[in-house]
Design a protein around this ligand. Structure first.
Ligand SMILES: [Zn+2]
Length: 561
């Protein structure tokens, strides 16, 4: 068996032979990697290899794709499957000039024939640049699995988390379950089954001391510290999903700390502080117009008016809560006393392309962006498409089209428009986000000024109405630093990034210091989509980082008491 030290100490020829083998004999890559020794961890080596490829000459990158030898077809392929795959492979080669690279699934197990076919079909539609980058990433994943084999390592805790996420994903709301879609909305049968499963695992598999479901449906597990009265570290994320969502959004942030507690319990270890892991019942606002319901309840922000809202079937939130056996009267008691907590940390899948693009499994969040939303309407002049020259139009939609270049216009509508009429009215939405409230307000001023000058120049009038304003939640520096040290301890460069999406941490921010860790998503980080994915290797690194953070807090506490 080979160890990382062996690779670090090996003579150049031996290193090159071993490492080139990870990429189908890419000697040039291995030679460059040899100069970057010593490697602090397998993750460091994997990242460096990916970085060397990213910075290599275009033809060197292409040579990697051309020399890749695809794995033989899967065992379960019928003759029809095999024929279809052959066809797809030929189409792909014609279109992109290199063979498709498909790595095994997130746990390192081969894809089934139908999964493989779906993957090839989906990727045939991609842009050539996107596809070349995706193939290189799949090569890195194959190299990762080969390196694991070479070093005789398995991401054991990553596999535990992966298994849990798969199990949890078996529960889905009616109408979606039948189509193989994952949808878990507030207090449905599938939602309550998830809560039961999480509680069961916390109690039976992880050794939490106290496990319960609170008045809004949050699953709360506590692993006592050596002093049960010591302030606790709070962590967690949400287990509800969007419609036809992914398996990791939210859930990763419950399962990763659970794996850490499982290890502490197995080793019979107590930290000097308690760890409270919360699976938040609701974050996505899918069944009712109430987002962050779970984490909001912990900061005393449950809005009583929500109780009378009805879902699409006319069931009020109050009825749903009563049906689930939740005690509405106890909700105000859920507010946490900040003096009893050290802070809040949250692990979350990135839900964006940044980490994937720079081949980094983990990233440290600097701030959850603040945001502001508007609904607006522009009034121009509806006129005859044939008789109004371009330079004499007062086109309302053209004005909004210009606005699209400076802010997110997700909704754009020409009310009762016609094919032969210049748009006289255009309704639109505007969503602006920035890392601090000051930056958000400055951005808002700039964008609204840009809108005013567009309207002035085009001779149209505009009304906007603010519909939402949310504060930014910058990470607390000491907690952000702990995540940074944990990432560094994994041998990885520390990459800091803001969170463009809202998270439960931004609610807890109102009561206590908080900081988040992001985990890379596969498929260019796609999320709120069934393709959302992360590998068990990345999940292992997240568990290791969380354990490292716990050790740091334990250490500080030992030094100060
Ligand atoms: Zn989420």
């Amino acid at each position: 068996m080979t160890t990382l030290e062996d690779l670090n100490d090996a003579d150049r020829g031996r290193f090159v032979e071993q490492v080139a083998g990870l990429y189908d004999g890419a000697v040039w890559l291995a030679e460059r990697a040899a100069q970057r020794r010593p490697y602090r961890s397998p993750a460091h080596l994997k990242h460096t290899l990916a970085e060397l490829v990213r910075n290599a000459e275009a033809d060197a990158r292409m040579s990697l794709l051309k020399q890749h030898r695809p794995a033989p077809a899967t065992d379960d392929a019928t003759p029809e499957h095999a024929q279809r795959l052959q066809h797809l492979a030929a189409d792909y080669l014609t279109r992109f000039g290199h063979a498709i690279v498909v790595a095994p699934g997130p746990r390192g197990t081969p894809l089934s024939a139908t999964e493989l076919i779906a993957e090839c079909e989906r990727r045939l539609d991609d842009h050539a640049d996107v596809e070349r980058d995706e193939c290189l990433r799949q090569l890195h994943r194959i190299a990762e699995l080969r390196l694991n084999r070479l070093l005789g390592t398995e991401p054991e805790l990553g596999n535990v988390v992966w298994n849990w996420a798969e199990h949890l994903a078996q529960h889905s709301d009616p109408g979606h379950a039948e189509q193989g879609q994952l949808t878990v909305t507030y207090l449905t049968d599938a939602h309550r089954a998830c809560a039961q499963r999480l509680s069961h695992w916390m109690r039976q598999h992880c050794g939490f001391d106290e496990v319960g479901i609170d008045a809004v449906g949050n699953v709360v597990g506590v692993y006592h510290g050596s002093d049960p009265d010591a302030p606790r570290l709070l962590t967690g994320s949400h287990y509800d999903t969007v419609r036809n969502g992914g398996k990791y959004d939210g859930r990763l942030g419950i399962l990763v700390p659970m794996a850490c507690v499982r290890e502490l319990h197995r080793a019979g270890r107590r930290l000097p502080f308690g760890l409270e892991v919360v699976g938040f019942a609701e974050e996505e606002g899918q069944r009712y117009k109430a987002t962050f319901l779970g984490s909001g309840a912990l900061v005393g922000q449950f809005d009583e008016a929500w109780l009378d809202q009805a879902d699409a079937d006319g069931i009020t939130m109050r009825q749903a809560m009563q049906h689930a056996g939740l005690c509405i009267d106890d909700i105000p008691k859920l507010r946490r006393d900040p003096s009893r907590y050290l802070g809040f940390v949250e692990v979350h899948i990135e839900q964006g392309p940044v980490l994937n693009e720079i081949d980094l499994p983990l990233g440290v969040v600097t701030s959850i962006n603040g945001s502001v939303r508007y609904l607006g309407e522009i009034a121009g002049t509806a006129s005859h498409a044939g008789t109004t020259p371009m330079d004499r139009r007062r086109d309302a939609a053209a004005a909004v089209a210009e606005l699209v270049l400076v802010g997110t216009v997700g909704m754009l509508e020409v009310p009762s428009g016609s094919i032969n009429v210049v748009p006289g009215r255009c309704r639109f939405s505007l969503d602006l986000r920035a890392t601090t409230n000051e930056a958000r307000d400055e951005l808002t001023r700039d964008v609204l000024a840009a809108l005013a000058s567009i309207c002035e120049r085009r001779g149209v009038r505009c009304k906007v109405e603010e519909t939402m304003r949310a504060d930014a939640a910058p990470s607390a520096p000491p907690w952000q630093r702990r995540w940074e040290r944990a990432v560094d301890a994994a041998g990885l460069p520390v990459h800091r990034l803001p969170s463009g999406a809202g998270h439960d941490a931004m609610k807890l921010h109102e009561l206590m210091p908080q900081a988040m860790l992001f985990v890379r998503g596969e498929h260019a980080g796609i999320s709120h989509n069934p393709l959302e994915s992360t590998t068990s290797d990345d999940m292992q690194l997240a568990v290791d980082a969380f354990a490292h953070l716990l050790q740091q807090v334990a250490h500080n506490d030992e030094q100060t008491t």
